[in-house]
Design a protein around this ligand. Structure first.
Ligand code: FAD
Ligand code: NAI
Length: 473
């Protein structure tokens, strides 16, 4: 095999791409991974949106800002007094950048460890021949028997309002605001809107979120969304639902947003910075998909079947660039499954058990179906809830907001959905994912011994609640 010939070429080094490359290498293939992301010095920064401007840096800032919030408002409850509490945003951003770099370096190390050839630059299809596909990167042409496209997604801008990343920000600029703005506006009360809104509110900004839909977090179980909404409003996050955003003007002092409120009144929101978080679009810029006839849909996503096969033999696509939820772990699961299918194995992704987490405080996490989905489907179900208020560990932590909610089939008791709003929901949801993957009943969870005192006891109690036999409530 020539140095530029590979069994598998992966285009894109985000969670979908780099994990696919590692799994393919584990299975004995000669693998190349091409990624174009540059760090501040122009060097390689693999890990994609997730590592550079998504999951990792947002969680770093969520942690820093939560520490500040705790110190500012809650340490006193524990008898801890602080004088001269201050924030150094530059240092906070610097720490976040260090965490990102540790992850970039970790991926470069994993490429080496797994003998994956890494190419820094843009990968573009150049043609197809007998031996597979030609892909250019810079001056080089690689050939690969199989190609996995994992080129991710980009932030969606409002029509006529491009991001300048100074006052009108995508997720990228939202993670680089150099000083706490006095007034911050966000358009879109989705995952990014709530997470980034929380970061800057905790640090002292007056935050207003404008949401187009009349319902708050429509994809989340209604009872859970209501509880979360109550908590966010209490914290001081201003959320306006059912608005219609009109003209957006950028001035010397900031940004002015004209909008119509749910009541039909013309309103103006003046802010120092505006984050636009209205969803993301699949990215195939520069991939030269036309050169090989790779089929895209009307949204620009690569068309794939249930197993991530594109219309071209030997070309696969995974992650944000294809249908399905735009989540790092979904991209990773697809990457692993595709590598295994290339090896003739039966890789599988169970879309019914992909968990969602919103890393606000309280955290929101869920897996499976919501109560409104079960009602709409006419499915007979039983519900059980347990509040963290009645959980000893939550009381000791001083964080009793929220609940765990189980939904189970009325006849078989099989768990159909688990929904959590409250402390460490992101960690607690893993038990529910395992349970659903093994098609457990709520009684199975209710009969398992959970450590005391722990937040996971709320999960057990919510399972008990399905059968109306909670022990501590
Ligand atoms: P990406 O991560 O977008 O990676 C694609 C890579 O391909 C990029 O490095 C890009 O530069 C490169 N590329 C593109 N085209 C080419 C080309 N032609 N040649 C070479 N390289 C190319 N998800 C979660 O599960 N949990 C979270 O907490 C979470 N938080 C998020 C927070 C924010 C602010 C954002 C924006 C997203 C968040 N996400 C989160 C979503 C998550 O980041 C994505 O679902 C995930 O990154 C998708 O992985 P991917 O590999 O498909 O694409
Ligand atoms: P989103 O889809 O979560 O939310 C977008 C929101 O904007 C929706 O509520 C939508 O109704 C609203 N909206 C759309 N157009 C609008 C308009 N013109 N005016 C007012 N409101 C409008 O998208 P978001 O927050 O941009 O995040 C993108 C994706 O990134 C998420 O869907 C998720 O897949 C991923 N992500 C995941 C995270 C996690 O797992 N914790 C964290 C952040 C992002």
């Amino acid at each position: 095999m020539s140095t530029n010939s590979f069994d598998v070429i992966v285009i894109g080094g985000g969670p979908g791409g780099y994990i696919a490359a590692i799994r393919a290498a584990q299975l004995g293939f000669q693998v190349a991974c091409i990624d174009e992301w540059k760090n501040a010095k122009g060097g390689p920064a693999p890990g994609g949106t997730c590592t550079n401007v998504g999951c990792i840096p947002s969680k770093a800032l969520l942690q820093s800002s939560e520490h500040y919030e705790q110190a500012h408002h809650h340490f006193a409850d524990h008898g801890i007094g602080l004088k001269d509490l201050s924030i150094d945003v530059t240092k906070m951003l610097g720490r976040k950048d260090t965490v990102v770099k540790q992850n970039n370096d970790g991926i470069l190390y994993l490429f080496k460890k797994n003998k994956i050839s890494f190419f820094h630059g843009r990968g573009a299809f150049a043609g197809a021949g007998e031996g597979g596909y030609q892909v250019t990167v810079g001056e080089q042409t690689l050939s690969g028997k199989q190609v996995i496209v994992a080129t991710g997604s980009n932030a969606r801008a409002l029509p006529g309002t491009p991001f300048d990343e100074e006052s009108i920000l995508s997720n990228d600029g939202a993670l680089r605001i150099g000083a706490v703005p006095k007034k911050l506006g966000l358009i879109g009360a989705g995952v990014i809107g709530l997470e980034m809104g929380s970061v800057w509110r905790r640090l002292g900004a007056e935050v207003t979120v404008l949401e187009g839909l009349p319902t708050f977090l429509g994809a989340v179980d209604e009872q859970i969304a209501k509880e979360a909404h109550k908590a966010f409003v209490k914290q001081g996050l201003k959320i306006e639902l059912g608005v219609k955003v009109g003209e957006i003007k950028r001035g010397k002092k900031g940004v002015s947003v004209q909008y119509t409120s749910a009541k039909g009144e013309a309103q103006t929101l003046d802010v120092d910075k505006l984050i636009v978080s209205i969803g993301r679009v699949p990215n195939t810029i520069g991939l030269n998909a036309e050169a090989v006839g790779l089929k895209l849909d009307e949204r620009g996503a690569i068309v794939v079947d249930d197993e991530c096969r594109t219309n071209l033999p030997g070309v696969w696509a995974v992650g944000d660039v294809v249908r399905g939820p735009m989540l790092a772990h979904k991209a990773e699961e697809e990457g692993v499954a595709v590598a295994e299918r290339i090896a003739g194995q039966h890789g599988h992704v169970n879309f019914n058990t992909v968990p969602w987490v919103i890393y606000t405080s309280p955290e929101i996490a869920w897996v499976g179906q919501t109560e409104q989905q079960l009602k709409a489907a006419g499915r007979a179900y039983k519900a059980g809830t347990f509040p963290f208020l009645a959980n000893g560990r939550a009381r000791a932590l001083g964080d009793t907001t929220g609940m765990v909610k189980f939904l189970a089939d009325a006849a078989t008791d099989e768990i159909l959905g688990v929904h959590i709003v409250g402390p460490m929901a992101s960690e607690l949801i893993a038990e529910a994912v395992v349970a659903m993957e093994f098609r457990a009943s709520s009684e199975d969870i209710a009969r398992i011994c959970h450590a005391h005192p722990s937040l996971s006891e709320a999960t057990k109690e919510a399972a008990l609640a399905v059968d109306k036999r909670t022990l501590n409530f």
